[in-house]
Design a protein. Structure first.
Length: 606
């Protein structure tokens, strides 16, 4: 028994390294290189920056995510939408609740914007290491961009197969990666052991005091060492809290040792090239090419984790009705988190290549990176304070407040990136944000415009028609939002067109506030020959309605569903109408058999 427990203990840590820590694990490729491109490598500056890097990871990743945020979850799930769902239960309807919903939409949008920049900066920075290979020094930069774009295309093209099949290899590769970071860091520290003293916060305070305003803006580059920290919480549902926390101890040590090693390398060699690649080439020239290949693999894994995270966030958005329905494929029979959304995949690939072409170099991209990350961290901090202050964990409020103040400081420091490409973070986040707002407000306005009928009024006419006895043999399904509210298309079908079957079933799917769990309730006798089939499912559940119907011995002959033809002069509703036409409808999303489907069009004035 003990041996099995030990195997799962290490297995969980290895899987976490592959699925969660790719982004933060590849930060050493560019973080210090970018910082020292702006800052002179004096002893005081090197020690101060190393101290800032250590304490940034300690406060923003260890304290905010590993300790505080991961203590908040719903059935093991984490992320901004989960924080929103927790707060919805704790707050009464009003301004505060509206503020929380707005914050969660903003947090989701920033995370999706981040999903474009992370693969672009990770892959570009790794490929740029090729210029240190003897004979390839004069490689044209457009050649490097082309190679990086080809790596990205390959990564996105294979998404439809699902990461389940390759996830087994991710962990061991990342273990080798973190091992290489640790060994190279130790070897460099041995040449200048004094750098270990940088762990003292004293050096960070000295650096900020001596450099003043310039030192404050350096924080906007220091944050690069903590990008990907939010994945600890967002990916909690994939592996569970404990394996991720345990893996973080190892990852944190590997990163700190490597950053200290790069600091020692700077003091002895200066900053004329990429620090990580330069350090490896100086320590072990023969191992440089294998290390470069390992780096490219690690950045692909980091990008994969981000892509899987984006799919997961979009799916949460679809099921909590803040985003339009999209075609979702389930790529694993046993891992609920393994999904593929084709339209999102190709949109992401296009955006990643576009960003690579605009910024051209990883250090240019670093100038834009950080705004979205610090924005997401700040939103998480605010929501945590609101939750802790309303639960039994009030003693955590001062810690959450302290962390949120640090988040704000980093966020304000990153605002100086706006003119240097930081505005791209806002542009990338504004697209999903606008979509969420138009979709949520549009759905509400559409529901009001449709004027659904209550069940009692509907039944008066229904019973009269059914009693005539001209009923079609077999069972018909009618999809409704809830069993007791009858949508216009059903009235059009049954009351106006007299299409009535021997057995008619109202099918409704309601998403609960919990991530998982499926409950089914079949209520017979709503009316003569009229039943209700209600499914209540968690917002992360992949629901197979057809299988659930068969389980209750329902063999339908035809499936009716509503299609809205929106007529409007309002430009916002015109956009909403276009999004609605382009997105999948309910029956397509739930993969109902096409041969039985009958769409009924209702014209709606908005």
């Amino acid at each position: 028994m003990k041996q099995g427990g030990s195997a799962s203990f290490w297995g969980g840590i290895i899987k976490s390294m592959g699925l969660v820590f790719g982004d933060i694990g590849t930060s050493p490729i560019y973080t210090l290189t970018v910082i020292f491109a702006l800052t002179k490598p004096t002893i005081g500056n090197v020690m101060g920056i190393l101290s800032l890097v250590f304490w940034t990871m300690t406060v923003l990743v260890s304290a905010e995510y590993s300790w505080l945020a991961m203590g908040l979850g719903r059935k093991g799930e984490g992320g901004t939408i989960v924080l929103k769902e927790i707060l919805i239960r704790l707050l009464k309807p009003g301004r505060r609740l509206t503020f929380v919903v707005f914050l969660s939409y903003l947090g989701v949008s920033l995370l999706l914007g981040d999903g474009v920049i992370t693969p672009a900066i990770s892959i570009l920075s790794a490929v740029e290491g090729m210029v240190l290979i003897p004979g390839l020094e004069n490689l044209h930069h457009w050649t490097l961009i082309l190679i990086a774009a080809l790596v990205a295309v390959t990564l996105f093209v294979f998404q439809f197969k699902g990461t389940d099949k390759v996830a087994g290899a991710f962990g061991p590769i990342m273990v080798i990666w973190f091992g290489a970071l640790t060994i190279s860091g130790v070897a460099a520290i041995a040449t200048n052991p004094e750098v270990v003293k940088a762990i003292s916060p004293h050096y960070a305070f000295l650096f900020l005091r001596e450099n003043g305003f310039a030192g404050f803006f350096v924080l906007s580059e220091v944050i690069l060492c903590a990008t990907g920290g939010e994945a600890l919480y967002a990916d909690m549902g994939h592996l569970g809290r404990q394996p991720i926390r345990r893996a973080w101890y190892f990852v944190f040590c590997a990163l700190v040792i490597n950053y200290l090693g790069q600091g020692a390398y700077v003091l002895s060699h200066g900053t004329n090239k990429n620090l990580l690649f330069g350090m490896i080439q100086w320590e072990a020239p023969l191992l440089y090419i294998p290390f470069l290949i390992l780096t490219i693999l690690a950045t692909i894994i980091a990008s994969q984790a981000m892509i899987s995270g984006v799919f997961s966030v979009i799916y949460q958005g679809i099921t909590t009705r803040i985003m339009p329905l999209m075609k979702v494929d389930y790529t694993s029979s046993h891992l609920k988190s393994q999904i593929y959304i084709g339209s999102v995949n190709w949109a992401l690939l296009t955006a990643v290549i576009f960003i690579m072409l605009i910024f051209k170099r990883s250090d240019n991209l670093a100038a834009a990176y950080g705004l979205a990350v610090t924005g997401t961290m700040t939103i998480t901090g605010i929501m945590m304070i609101m939750i802790f202050s309303r639960t039994t964990k009030k003693w955590k409020v001062p810690f959450a407040a302290l962390v949120t103040i640090v988040d704000f400081i980093f966020f304000f420091a990153c605002l100086n990136k706006l003119p240097h490409g930081g505005y791209w973070s806002i542009i990338l986040a504004s697209l999903p944000f606008a979509t969420i707002l138009i979709w949520t407000f549009g759905q509400r306005a559409l529901y009001r415009a449709l004027k659904p009928l209550d069940l009692e009024t509907f039944l008066l006419s229904y019973e009269q028609i059914y009693a005539k006895g001209h009923n079609i043999p077999g069972t018909a399904l009618f999809f409704t939002r809830e069993a007791v509210v009858v949508p216009p298309y059903v009235i059009h079908c049954i009351i106006r067109s007299n299409i009535i079957y021997e057995r008619n079933i109202f099918v409704s799917l309601t998403r609960t506030e919990e991530p998982f769990g499926v409950k089914v309730k079949l209520t017979t006798g709503f009316g003569t020959g009229l039943d209700a089939f209600e499914v209540r499912a968690g917002y992360m559940e992949m629901v197979d309605i057809e299988r659930l119907l068969k389980k209750h011995e329902i063999q339908e002959k035809v499936i009716f569903y509503g299609i809205e033809d929106i007529a409007t002069n309002n430009p916002i509703w015109k956009i909403f109408s276009t999004i609605k036409r382009q997105s999948a409808n309910f029956v397509q999303f739930n993969k109902m058999p096409a041969s039985k489907l009958q769409g009924v069009v209702t014209r709606v004035e908005m």
